[in-house]
Design a protein around this ligand. Structure first.
Ligand code: FPP
Length: 243
């Protein structure tokens, strides 16, 4: 079975799950974190090389203060408690997003986890935190323009690979498979450039109910799709293109 080299997940539906149980939205985030922990290990043990989780978007800052604060506490706690486990599982941790908006204690926990797992060679685990793809693209355009202004880069030399390497996801390969839970079928400002040829898997399952079985289903659907990258190709050529 062909496995995606990079899975990106929009973990949606925590609030609705909690509401259905007549509990506060934050209860859904706590359960959602447990599910994320499990799925990270499942991906790692299945030999997935890269996993990006959309944990907090730039738009999420507009949520009620109490919810934002709880999400930050969850992240800090997760990193403090889980880093040893990540090392044990040979998982390297990093983040993408606007770190300057993240509270100092969470930033410290992120830095510590990144440093402690820097030597790990298994799964490359990326949390998208305070992340928005339009902001990321805007930042990369600004960086490229500055290089041009300094005379380090000629305008005619700007190509896709220059843009690619100016994005925060570099050098992680583009996601082969993007999963979104909870029935919503949109990207919500997630990896817009990087998703150009991604396969999408949408499921009605709310993130706190997402299991290893749902992951398996997504992987099976992915394996059954023929990726043509806009071309007409024979199977062996498709295989080669994706390698
Ligand atoms: C979307 O559900 C989920 C989020 C905005 C936060 C996702 C964060 C977690 C699952 C915790 C992640 C933590 C780690 C450590 C990976 P929603 O609140 O938008 O749900 P709704 O659409 O039903 O309201």
């Amino acid at each position: 079975m062909s496995l995606p080299k990079h899975i990106a997940i929009i973990m949606d539906g925590n609030g609705r799950w909690a509401q259905l149980k007549r509990r506060p939205r934050t209860f859904g985030h706590i359960k959602g974190t447990r599910v994320a922990k499990k799925i990270i290990t499942d991906c790692s043990r299945r030999g997935i090389k890269n996993l990006t989780l959309y944990a907090f978007s730039t738009e999420n800052w507009f949520r009620p203060q109490e919810e934002v604060s709880l999400l930050m506490t969850i992240l800090r706690r997760y990193l403090r408690r889980e880093t040893d486990n990540l090392i044990k599982e040979n998982i390297r941790f990093s983040i993408i997003g606007d770190i300057t908006r993240i509270p100092t204690d969470v930033r410290e926990a992120i830095a510590k986890s990144m440093e402690a797992t820097a030597h790990c060679t298994g799964l490359n685990l990326v949390f998208a935190l305070s992340y928005g793809s339009r902001q990321e693209i805007t930042d990369s355009v600004r960086e490229i323009a500055q290089r041009v202004a300094r005379g380090e880069l000629a305008v005619q030399d700007i190509d896709e690979s220059i843009i690619n390497s100016a994005l925060s996801t570099y050098p992680t390969p583009d996601p082969d498979l993007i999963i979104r839970t909870s029935g919503e079928q949109r990207l919500s400002n997630f990896l817009l450039w990087q998703a150009a040829y991604s396969e999408f898997y949408f499921t009605d399952v709310l993130w706190p109910n997402f299991t290893e079985h749902d992951l398996d289903q997504a992987l099976q659907v992915f394996a059954s799709r023929q990726r043509r990258y806009g071309r007409v190709l024979t199977n062996d050529k498709v295989e080669k293109l994706s390698n």
